[in-house]
Design a protein around this ligand. Structure first.
Ligand code: IVH
Length: 663
């Protein structure tokens, strides 16, 4: 059939030209010619809709606008990177690895530009793009498949050899020229321009209507996969080449560096050429090249041990200090914040900057009216570096730390060994508000529709003063508030209803207990399995948990013994809030239900590697011989713990037997 053949031919041509343009950076036709072929294909597909392929280049844009983004749980977490700010940070990185592996890295590093856009994951099932998502918190992201499909640089079908399941990770970004173009269009429409390419890329991807995303000049570079073992590649350098073969654009400034000296050399090159590149980069990512070494090195809680980001130095500017505000945080910490005459730094307008804490603030001896040096590094909060004292004219006015809390008037306290000044009044309105904001925020229970602004409004109206109040909100009161209506009231109430069965770890970190963040909260969840058990735990038992330190244990026991907290928890219970233990995705894994204790020195694995293996296979770790322990792995020179384990009749394994257990 003539039409069928022509459609196939045009599809092939368009894909080929897009590949030359985005991946090979070597186009051989003009945009106009490409467009003519595109129009011919469109017309044919219109005439013969049944013949249009699902992955036709004309089908990139499609699908109705979404109501909201669905959540996607990444099969393997998307970790972040540790930051380094100097050559010596890179040296320490390689020394750390050397120590961990008990051998130096002899097979080199991959040193790649750190692209300043947004991390995404693209899932290919048998070579077809089936899902795309944002990084989110690394565990859960948002489903932006339709938005990503509209980016021409992202292949819908793979070329050459690919594994059955491929989860590609990379960066969606906007070129500097693309931003200029987009901002010109924004201004013409009377809309606010984007401050920098990164914001523009983020704003464009998070459009519920994929047709809007399609009009934005977004690009993509692939830099990794979730599971290198699924590919035939042995090194990151091979992988980047492999990704290119499969049809992904890969940044051409990634370099294989045999030694750390070569890595540092490559950093110098990148720092020199960064401003000549068509896109923004904010540093360089260094990765141990060999995957087998990466695997041995594993990851800490948030970042792999085998990689580090060497950031470019912060960008600085001077401006006037107008005022200093003293903010009261969730735990009562007072943070001085500088209000500045707005100044552009690295593309973003800065009008507030942190002064960190009392010590830092006093050390800087700031005066109102001072010209101050402000710096901004990547996405961290801008900070005031110092006043430019040389140009003071005598009209500047001193600023001092307040003696009492700006919110409740209670006298502030500064423990000698801490840099932070605190308000210790647990009923302080500012702290309570912060606690409420935290509880429903993304770092807490992530209650949709109950963001910062909204909590502030409800707090000011006296509708929520404590966490249990959230669960008592009344539909009629809500819908009549300024800016609300029936729909928003119903949506928020539905989200609150959902927040009645939070995962225990999430709930614990949402409460905002000092020193109990996400990581400690999940250690507690694993160890205790229920809120009731945790509440009964004595400080000594808390300290037995690997990873829970003195401060966290102290803070927890103080928290749970407070009568205010007891009342609040029972009110929550009455309101129907019951934290649950989410089924571990690992059930059915070989070690699920088993609790391991390691003692003595291991020969094949480091302690951390061994513990990681246990967790990966669904087991749990203990640090002392308690009733929960099911298996003890005894290495060389195992001492009292082994003794105790034998006495209490635990199963004792050698390291080899342990490894055999994992198959
Ligand atoms: S590797 C576990 N390579 O940096 C390794 N990340 O904090 C994690 N990024 O937002 C990522 N360029 O999107 C890697 N060449 C590169 C990168 C890169 C930019 C971003 C990444 C994430 C952040 C990691």
């Amino acid at each position: 059939m003539e039409a069928k053949r022509r459609i196939e031919e045009l599809t092939r041509l368009l894909n080929e030209h897009a590949h030359r343009y985005y991946v090979l950076d070597d186009p051989i036709i003009s945009d106009g010619e490409y467009d003519r072929i595109f129009q011919e294909l469109l017309a044919l597909e219109d005439a013969y809709p049944a013949l249009a392929g699902k992955d036709s280049p004309t089908r990139r844009v499609g699908g109705a606008p979404l109501e909201k983004f669905d959540q996607v749980i990444h099969r393997l977490p998307m970790l972040s990177l540790e930051n380094g700010f100097s050559d010596s940070d890179l040296e320490s990185f390689s020394e750390r690895i050397h120590r961990f592996l008990s051998q130096p890295v002899e097979t080199g590093y991959s040193a790649e530009p750190k692209l300043d856009g947004l991390a995404v994951e693209l899932v290919y099932d048998r070579g077809k793009l089936v899902q795309g998502s944002t990084r989110g918190d690394g565990i859960t992201g948002e489903d932006i498949t339709l938005q990503l499909r509209s980016i021409s640089a992202i292949p819908l079908s793979l070329r050459s050899v690919y594994p059955e399941l491929l989860e590609v990770r990379g960066e969606v970004y906007m070129e500097k020229a693309g931003l200029l173009h987009l901002n010109a269009k924004q201004s013409a429409k009377g809309l606010q321009p984007f401050a920098n390419p990164r914001n523009a890329a983020a704003g464009s991807l998070r459009q519920l209507d994929p047709a809007v995303t399609a009009e934005r000049p977004l690009r993509f570079f692939a830099y990794g996969v979730a599971n290198p073992a699924a590919t035939a590649c042995k090194t990151q350098t091979d992988l980047l080449a492999g990704l290119k073969q499969m049809g992904f654009p890969v940044c051409s400034y990634a370099a294989f560096c045999p030694t750390m000296e070569a890595v540092i050399e490559h950093y110098r090159t990148l720092a020199e050429i960064r401003h000549t590149l068509p896109y923004d980069i904010d540093g360089m990512v260094v990765k141990v090249d060999e995957f087998s070494l990466q695997e041995r090195l594993g990851a800490k809680s948030r970042a792999p041990r085998w990689a580090i980001a060497r950031k470019f130095p912060a960008t600085q500017a001077t401006t006037k200090l107008l005022k200093v505000d003293f903010q009261v945080g969730r735990t009562g910490a007072i943070t001085p914040v500088a209000l500045l005459e707005p100044v552009a730094i690295d593309g973003a307008m800065v009008s507030r900057a942190t002064l960190h804490n009392q010590d830092e603030f006093l050390r800087k001896d700031l005066r109102l009216g001072d010209t101050v040096l402000v710096q901004r590094a990547g996405d961290v909060i801008p900070e005031v570096v110092k006043p430019i004292t040389e140009i003071r004219d005598g009209t500047e006015l001193p600023v001092t730390m307040p003696a009492s809390c700006p919110s409740c008037g209670t006298e502030l306290v500064k423990p000698d060994d801490e840099a932070v000044t605190r308000c210790l009044n647990s009923l302080c309105p500012a702290q309570r508000l912060r606690t409420l904001i935290h509880y429903s925020s993304k770092a807490g229970l992530d209650i949709e529709g109950l963001g910062k602004k909204c909590v502030e409004q409800l707090y000011e109206r006296g509708l929520i003063l404590t966490i249990p109040d959230i669960y008592k909100l009344d539909r009629d009161r809500l819908k009549n508030l300024d800016g609300w209506g029936e729909k928003s009231a119903d949506n928020v109430l539905a989200a609150i209803e959902q927040a009645k069965k939070p995962a225990l770890s999430r709930f614990l970190s949402a409460l905002g207990i000092r020193f109990i963040g996400e990581i400690n909260a999940s250690l507690l969840e694993t160890h205790f399995g229920s809120l009731a058990q945790l509440r009964q735990a004595a400080k000594e038992e808390l300290l037995e948990i690997d990873g829970i330190g003195e401060q966290a244990a102290e803070s927890l026991s103080a928290y749970f013994s407070s009568s205010q907290v007891t009342d609040m928890l029972s009110e929550l219970e009455k309101a129907g809030v019951h934290p649950v233990i989410l089924e571990q995705s690992g059930t059915g894994q070989v070690l699920s239900g088993l609790v391991f204790l390691f003692t003595g020195s291991l020969t094949h694995l480091s302690r951390d590697e061994a513990k990681k293996l246990v967790k990966e296979h669904g087991g749990q770790i203990a640090s002392s011989v308690t009733g929960k322990v099911t298996h003890v792995v005894a290495g060389e020179k195992a001492g009292s713990k082994l003794h105790k384990a034998e006495e209490s009749g635990k199963t004792v394994l050698t390291e080899e037997q342990f490894l055999a257990l994992l198959g």
